[in-house]
Structures are given as structure tokens and as C-alpha cells.
Design a protein around this ligand. Structure first.
Ligand code: GLU
Length: 438
């Protein structure tokens, strides 16, 4: 079947890319990848709204963020141009004429209706199995409204015929529509494509996921700075699994293992905690170059000035294990890049209390100034040596030092942080603090 596979994702531009829609797109994309097929993006915009352009952009951005690039349609065009239903009116007219010529449609109060044949329809669904639809009571369906606009069932079938779609992979909410679609194929004398209706995604309590549910919109993941590969991995598991309990799977492997007969029939349960867990796995273990890439937009947006790329990479390396979401990167690294950092007020009260604190910091500064080697190991030994000499607990030096050089009570491992900041910067910051708080 390889070269004949043509699938499509056919969203309506609502201004929102839902997790369910993204998962439908993903399964189509995986199937196309698996069979070296073509993945088409068709925009079902028969109800064109004012915010149309922006709503279409939301779909492009969401799919691209997830790495689900399409081969035809959307802003790419292709051999079956146009791929926007709002621009395909003349094609629908043509197919309407075919039905007219067969006397299968009639006008009723300005609407065009399709004469139901009342014969049963058999759908051999690749996920749901063989289903026979009784159509003996099926009313004639409207395919065009009195205002001239088209009904989804008709234009969807026409487009799938015209675009040579081989497999219709979509949410199970469309399963009952399929008998209507097959009836239209039969009327038009065209062999229907294969159908695969993938399970619905429900909340953990079994309710239907709505727009208001946390995590239901792909834009949330983009804004919070999840790793796209983690979200995509999570979406793979919503209705599909490799059947060996593994959850973190790279996409090449999923493509190799994916097929429609392995899609579950049971509804999938959406679990944001699991998505967060998977995301943390990806973020903690990704190569530093990828970590840098995904941090980039957030660093830029926060206005952090980067002049030394090596320094940035060194900083990112020591904070990587602390980061769960990329939106948090600026907060973790900001003070590395400005001498104008603020001191956390709560931490000042707790950590810089007592007259001996600044004296100790001064002794540490002196010790560090004469240190032969500047690395985490030597910085640690010197601090501990001084603690014994003073004497005080190491923690009584560690906390004030951290606050002095970063302005914060928490951060990456102190000695690694000092190593990365470098001698000049650390000594300067210790002096600044001592001057200010003495
Ligand atoms: N526009 C429809 C939807 O968003 C597409 C259904 C289909 O894939 O056929 O639900």
C-alpha cells in the first residue's frame, strides 16, 4: 500500500488547537510517516469568521511546534489547490451537479437535500471493526443550506475524493457520521477510503474534555515552555501504546511501531501529571544544544542580554536539572547576566542577620582571591576550611554566599555556580554585597 497512502488532518479554524485535534493530526502524521505516505492539511472553514486568519495561524503554529509538518495544503498549497473549503465552492457545485443528474437531490424550502437510499451501510473500521448501520429510518440529509453554505458531510466527502484520500483517520465522535459519508460515496459512484476512528480523550474522571480543562489547548504547552518532543510523546500514548509498558519513546521508534490495528478501542484518559512527568524526563536528559534552543525564545522575551555564548551554555548546564518548564529559565539564569541584580527581601532578613556575617564574607572573599585554581572542588574546600577556622557551620557561609552573588536563596549547586561565574565576577559581587550590607 506504501505509495498510495494519503491522509489528512481537517480542522475547523476555531482559534484553538485542542489536544484531541493535535492527537488526530499526530496519528495521521505517524501513519503517513510509517507508510511513506502524504499528509494533507485541509482547512474546513465553511463558516468563515472574522478572526479567520489568526485562527488558521493557531493551527499552523501548533502543528509545527509539535513537529507535525504537512506535505500538502495549509500555507503550502499543492496539486489539489485550494485546500481551504471556503475557496472550493466551484468544486462542490460540480459534485452537486453529479447528484442532480442522478436525481439524488431535491430542493426543499431553499435547502438542497440528498435522497437517502435506506439501504444498510457496512463500515469496516480499522480501529472499531465491522459496524453495520441501519439506515431504514434515515431522513434525507441537507447538503446545502438555503443561504448557499455547505454542510460538512457533503464537502468532506467531496474533498476526500478530490484529494485522493486513502485513509480517513479521525476522532470517534465522527463514527456515526460515517454511514452518511459512505452513502454519499455510493451515490457518487466512488469507492470510499478506509476509515479509522480513534478513541476519544476524556478527563480522568471520565468527563468529556472541554476548552476550560487545564492542558486542553496546545497553546498552553507552547506558552509554558514544555519540550515539544515530550508533549508529542505524551499524545502518542493517548490511544496507542507499544504494548510493553514503555512510555518515553523517541519518535523514530514510534513511527516504526505505529499502525492503526494497534490503536486502542477504549477511550483514552488525559493525565496532565503524566505529561508533566514525561516532560521533566525529556528536559532533564536532552542535549545542552537542544536545551539552549528551547530556552532561546524565553531568554529573549525576558530581555536577558547574552554576549558570551559559552558562558550561557555553562550557565544552562548547571540549571538544566532544576528546570521543568522553559518559561522558568529566565528566573533561574537572569542574575548570571547582570551586575544589577536585586537581593530577595525575605532572604536578606533571614540570611544577612548579625554583624559577623559580612566579616565572614570578607574573609571568604580574601580566601577566594588567593585561590590557585578556580573550580567547584577548590571553591568547596576553601569554604569548608574557612568554616573550620572561624569556626562556624559550612551552611552559615554557604547561604550568605549564595545570596551575596545571586541575590537569591535558591539556585544551582553553589560551588558550580561560583565556578561558572568566574573569579572576577564572584569577587566583585562579594565586595558589592559587603559594602552594601556592612
Ligand atoms: N472538520 C472536522 C472536525 O474538525 C473534520 C472531521 C473529519 O476529519 O472528517 O471535526
Amino acid at each position: 500500500m506504501s505509495s498510495a497512502v494519503r491522509v489528512r488532518f481537517a480542522p475547523s479554524p476555531t482559534g484553538f488547537l485542542h489536544v484531541g485535534g493535535a492527537r488526530t493530526a499526530l496519528f495521521n502524521w505517524l501513519f503517513a510517516q510509517r507508510h511513506q505516505g502524504v499528509f494533507v492539511l485541509r482547512i474546513e472553514d465553511t463558516d468563515k469568521s472574522r478572526e479567520h486568519e489568526n485562527a488558521v495561524r493557531v493551527i499552523y503554529d501548533g502543528l509545527r511546534w509539535l513537529g507535525l509538518e504537512w506535505d500538502e495544503g495549509g500555507d503550502k498549497g499543492g496539486p489539489f489547490d485550494p485546500y481551504f473549503q471556503s475557496e472550493r465552492g466551484s468544486i462542490y457545485e460540480k459534485y452537486l451537479k453529479i447528484l442532480e443528474s442522478k436525481a439524488l437531490v431535491y430542493e426543499d424550502q431553499g435547502a438542497v437535500r440528498f435522497r437517502s437510499s435506506h439501504r444498510p451501510v457496512l463500515v469496516d473500521d480499522l480501529v472499531c471493526g465491522r459496524i453495520e448501520f441501519d439506515r431504514s429510518m434515515e431522513p434525507d440529509m441537507t447538503i446545502r443550506r438555503p443561504d448557499g453554505s455547505w454542510i460538512f458531510h457533503f464537502v468532506s466527502v467531496v474533498d476526500d475524493i478530490e484529494m485522493r484520500i486513502s485513509h480517513v483517520i479521525r476522532g470517534e465522535d465522527h463514527l456515526t457520521n460515517t454511514s452518511k459519508h459512505v452513502a454519499l460515496y455510493q451515490a457518487l459512484g466512488v469507492e470510499p477510503p478506509r476509515f479509522a476512528h480513534i478513541p476519544l480523550i476524556l478527563n480522568r474522571d471520565g468527563s468529556k474534555m472541554s476548552k476550560r480543562d487545564e492542558g486542553s489547548s496546545i497553546s498552553t504547552y507552547m506558552e509554558r515552555g514544555y519540550a515539544p518532543e515530550a508533549v508529542r510523546n505524551y499524545l502518542c500514548l493517548l490511544g496507542w501504546s507499544p504494548k510493553d509498558n514503555r512510555e518515553k519513546l523517541n519518535i523514530e521508534e514510534v513511527i516504526r511501531l505505529f499502525d492503526l490495528d494497534k490503536v486502542n478501542r477504549r477511550n483514552a484518559s488525559f493525565d496532565l501529571d503524566k505529561c508533566n512527568w514525561l516532560n521533566a524526563q525529556y528536559v532533564a536528559h536532552m542535549p545542552i544544544s537542544r536545551f539552549r534552543e528551547l530556552s532561546g525564545p524565553f531568554i529573549e522575551k525576558a530581555g536577558i542580554q547574552i554576549s558570551d555564548e559559552e558562558y550561557l551554555l555553562a550557565v544552562l548546564r548547571i540549571v538544566q536539572e532544576k528546570i521543568k518548564l522553559f518559561k522558568d529559565v529566565p528566573e533561574w539564569i537572569g542574575y548570571f547576566f547582570t551586575e544589577d541584580y536585586e537581593y530577595d527581601a525575605g532572604a536578606i532578613a533571614k540570611t544577612f542577620s548579625g554583624p559577623e556575617i559580612m566579616k565572614r564574607l570578607e574573609r571568604l572573599r580574601e580566601g577566594y582571591q588567593t585561590l590557585a585554581a578556580w573550580n567547584a572542588g577548590s571553591l568547596e574546600s576553601e569554604l569548608k576550611r574557612l568554616a573550620t577556622e572561624i569556626p562556624c557551620k559550612a551552611a552559615e557561609l554557604i547561604h550568605p554566599t549564595r545570596l551575596a552573588v545571586s541575590g537569591r536563596a535558591i539556585g544551582p549547586s553553589l560551588y558550580h555556580m561560583l565556578e561558572v561565574m568566574g573569579k572576577d565576577r564572584v569577587l566583585r559581587r562579594l565586595s558589592r554585597t559587603i559594602e552594601r550590607f556592612s
